[in-house]
Design a protein around this ligand. Structure first.
Ligand code: GTP
Length: 301
């Protein structure tokens, strides 16, 4: 085999401000819903890997939380997770949505990226091109080019699959030669409990307009098969909020909202596990959990 058609394998991650479309891009490339998406920013907390299997390459995508100016201990931990990821991957995709002006948030990320990932090639990705006209895409590409030096630039849309193959080729082109690292068909190596916690968190955030998503965390206390049944799993989970007033919002009048959250989360968890589940959901106030190292550890940060 010549080096031209050698098999490549390695890691990529997408960075960009919240809502830039990173999770959606990962899902579109992988072809299955693995990372959790939501219309609310800052929902991706854990490095969830989606794997693109191709005859010529295996691309493992690590999804990172959004990078932001740290104000709390949680903010700092999330940023550390991002830096750690950057130093481990072979290529970074820096995502900027086509429909929003490049701003201080994007420049901040570019600065951090230039510092931390000097040796990692960065591909500039203009996302959501379906939302704007050709002219605006071109202008965004030019504007992005001013922000930092890129190995490549590419506009694309996950929604109408525009240029997804080009993006995949650019990412794969930056991977080292190497064998398949994961068996065929494997999509994610994130522990099930993390995915389940994310699904509950996503359901709990849906429709909460005035509360910041940062005030909400989910812990899985226990996950056990029901005794004497091989078709039912009991899942005990706790939704943590920071204040009593937030607890009331999550629970809703007469517990109505919490029931809706539970039934939506249950549907998604059952689809994930391929098994019936009983979901026992509680809401607890953990004051200032974002600032407390002990509580952060318990919640997996
Ligand atoms: N029209 C359009 N919308 C998109 C596209 N990609 C993502 N979106 C939408 O943009 C919003 C944010 O997408 P996500 O993939 O969750 O963004 P993210 O960058 O992972 O966000 P965080 O996890 O908060 O950092 C969602 O409502 C998506 O449906 C696209 O190609 N076209």
């Amino acid at each position: 085999m010549t080096s031209l058609d050698a098999h490549r394998s390695g890691f990529a991650c997408f960075v960009g401000r919240p809502n830039a479309g990173k999770s959606t891009l990962t899902n579109a490339l992988v072809g299955s819903k693995v990372a959790i998406t939501s219309s609310k920013p800052q929902t991706t907390r854990h490095a969830i890997r989606g794997i693109v299997h191709r005859p010529d390459a295996q691309l493992i995508i690590v999804d990172t939380p959004g990078l932001h100016r740290p104000r709390t201990l949680l903010g700092q931990r999330l940023n550390d997770l991002v830096y750690e990821t950057w130093s481990e991957v072979d290529v970074v995709g820096f995502c900027v949505p086509a429909d929003q002006k490049i701003g201080p948030g994007d420049r901040y990320i570019a600065e951090q990226l230039a510092k931390v990932a000097k040796r990692t090639p960065v591909i500039g990705v203009v996302t959501k091109t379906d939302l704007v006209g050709k002219q605006q895409v071109a202008e965004q590409l030019l504007a992005l080019q001013q922000v930092m030096e890129f190995a490549d630039l590419v506009p694309c849309s996950a929604v109408d699959s525009y240029q997804m193959d080009v993006l995949a080729d650019l990412l794969v082109g930056r991977l080292p030669e190497g064998p398949q690292l994961y068996p065929d068909g494997e999509l994610t190596d994130e522990p099930e409990t993390t995915l389940i916690a994310e699904l509950i968190r996503e359901a709990a955030l849906e429709g909460v307009r005035d509360e910041l998503p940062h005030s909400l965390a989910v812990g899985i206390e226990e996950m056990v098969p029901r005794e004497g049944r091989d078709d039912l799993i009991d899942v005990h989970a706790v939704i943590y909020v920071e204040r009593q007033s937030q607890k009331a919002i999550v629970i809703g009048r007469g517990g109505e909202r919490l029931r809706a959250v539970g039934s939506q989360a249950r549907k998604h968890i059952q689809a994930l596990l391929g098994s019936k589940i009983y979901l026992d959901l509680h809401v607890k106030v953990a004051k200032d959990w974002q600032r407390d190292p002990k509580q952060l550890r318990r919640l997996g940060f």
